[in-house]
Design a protein around this ligand. Sequence first.
Ligand code: BTN
Length: 263
Amino acid sequence: MNALDREAILAGLSSAITGSMGGLTVLQRVDSTNSFLLDLPPGEQHAHVVVADEQTGGRGRRQRQWHSPPGGNVYFSLGWRFKGGAPAALPLVAAVGLCRALDDIGLAGHGIKWPNDVLLGERKLAGILVEAQSAGSGPLCAVIGIGLNVDMPQQGADLIDRPWTDLKEHLGDGLPERNRIVAALADQLMSAMAGLMAGGLQPFHADWSRRDLLAGRQVAVEGAGQVVAGRANGIDAEGALRIDRPDGRPLIINSGEVSVHYG
Ligand code: BTN
């Protein structure tokens, strides 16, 4: 698998993005690209992309570990400062940006499992962890971390205990080199964050809904020690998940772990 290379990534960026990028850091090995960005001086975080070949302490959502072996995947973080704090819809808009980047590299058939898992054929292809930190007395800087399975090394395949897939399985010989994938991610994520700042979730709502893998499916949502079952019915204007319960009463879910009932 080709090495991550700063110059090659820069060469693949669209000119509009190159001009507004706050920084690009390419690392061989790091504990977590999200932590690296959060530890940067506040003035260096905004629009800064950090990418690594390996993470020794990769973090996933819900306090899970994100196994991050070297030599095949992409571990990517982008810092973004929002006046007045990170919008609640940020994780959903990040998922749209990620899916658009995957479209750009020629992938088809991927979709989003609320709020922001990217799956292909019911198996996880990429995950997103959004973290935020107060930048002193200034506005909040959010870090959008993406783990994308590109060509999963055996070491990772042996460790992951949930159904997963990688780009290699679907693109075969058409798999672009990792630097091109990172450039596509940087382009689409930065453009999505700029769009979110300008117009909120609304300009992304239709695209998110088009990619919604849960719509119409029977699901169970676990959160705050409770499990609620019903039929997923898309997202509301704020990005919360709408569930129709068996008795017809609607329910709005702001956070939780969703599982799908098959069959
Ligand atoms: C999930 O649980 O689905 C989210 C996984 C997010 C993993 C990425 S890899 C780059 C960034 N750095 C981290 O430590 N986590 C995120």
